[in-house]
Design a protein around this ligand. Structure first.
Ligand code: ZN
Length: 301
């Protein structure tokens, strides 16, 4: 299982590294400016809080010149080598609650005394969609980032799914090619370099919990119950969960504009930590250590 999973990771990472880079259209905004713009759209997160939260700007940004903001939180417990968790909000720009909840959990991470994981938090992967006059699911180029990940046979399956199953829904266009978008490419690169042991992806508004990858899925996190929605060509769950064999927990909050109450958010967070603690095997080193000796190029399929 480990070898198979490592081989798949190797092959996809080689493929991902071949994806072409698009030129930056605009110079990147500063973190301070990006925080002012983002929080202008969010209820309950101030520009000052965002600016003081230790977010870094990724070296690459969106076509509108927005930096993708992220930061790491180290484990507060040093008992063993920490597993790594990647938390991503705002893949869809009109799901504002997913960004607010990501900020809420960043607050918790900053205050948490006994959390055992190394987190990388990306509160909003699609700032261009969020900052549109009317926020959009898609990015500035009209691409649904959650259909743009380089899954197998993308060129054949993703456009076909879009045409036949979504009837060319403009909110679900997978883009001109796999990994065509800077936001998608950056996240693929993060998965390659950070090598998370699990990914938590926050969405809205279906009010359920979805899961892809190995391990038994959580049946319930706070008030969200498991309801597996299926996988799609080009989705993050397909790319990281099915192809790379990483557990991908997708939280679908019940409303896009309305954020869960503080106690609901706290309950989801605490159940999430409990599930991760129980389901990422303690005896097994973190993925970045297990893959450290792999020759990825040689293992490509
Ligand atoms: Zn979504």
């Amino acid at each position: 299982m480990r070898t198979k999973s490592a081989r798949r990771l190797a092959g996809l990472f080689v493929f991902a590294s071949l994806l072409s880079g698009a030129a930056q259209a605009l110079p990147l905004a500063s973190v301070d400016a990006a925080c002012r713009q983002l929080t202008g759209r969010l209820k309950g997160v101030s520009a000052r809080e965002c600016q003081a939260s230790g977010l870094n700007a990724a070296g690459v940004g969106t076509v509108q010149g927005q930096p993708i903001l992220f930061r790491d939180y180290l484990a507060s417990s040093r008992r063993s080598t920490p597993k790594r968790i990647l938390l991503v909000g705002g893949i869809h720009g009109d799901e504002l609650s997913s960004v607010v909840v990501s900020f809420d959990w960043m607050r918790r991470l900053a205050a948490e005394k006994f959390q055992p994981f190394h987190w990388r938090v990306v509160p909003c992967l699609n700032p261009d969609g969020l900052l549109k006059a009317l926020p959009t699911r898609v990015n500035a180029r009209g691409v649904d980032l959650n259909r743009n990940f380089p899954t197998p046979r993308w060129a054949e399956l993703a456009p076909k799914y879009w045409e036949t199953r979504t009837k060319r829904d403009h909110r679900r266009w997978p883009g001109p090619g796999p990994g065509s978008e800077p936001e998608t490419r950056w996240l693929v690169q993060q998965i390659k370099s950070f090598r998370p042991d699990a990914i938590v992806s926050v969405h809205a508004p279906y009010g359920v919990l979805d899961f892809d990858g190995p391990r038994a899925p959580p049946r319930k996190l706070g008030f969200l119950n498991l309801n597996e929605l299926g996988t799609y060509p080009g989705s993050l769950g397909n790319f990281a969960g099915v192809q790379l064999g990483l557990p991908v927990i997708t939280l679908e909050l019940p409303h896009s504009a309305e954020t869960p109450t503080p106690s609901q958010s706290a309950r989801i967070w605490s159940d999430l930590l409990t599930w991760l603690d129980k389901n990422l095997p303690k005896g097994e080193p973190p993925l970045y250590q297990r893959l450290a000796d792999q020759n990825w190029a040689r293992n490509a399929p």
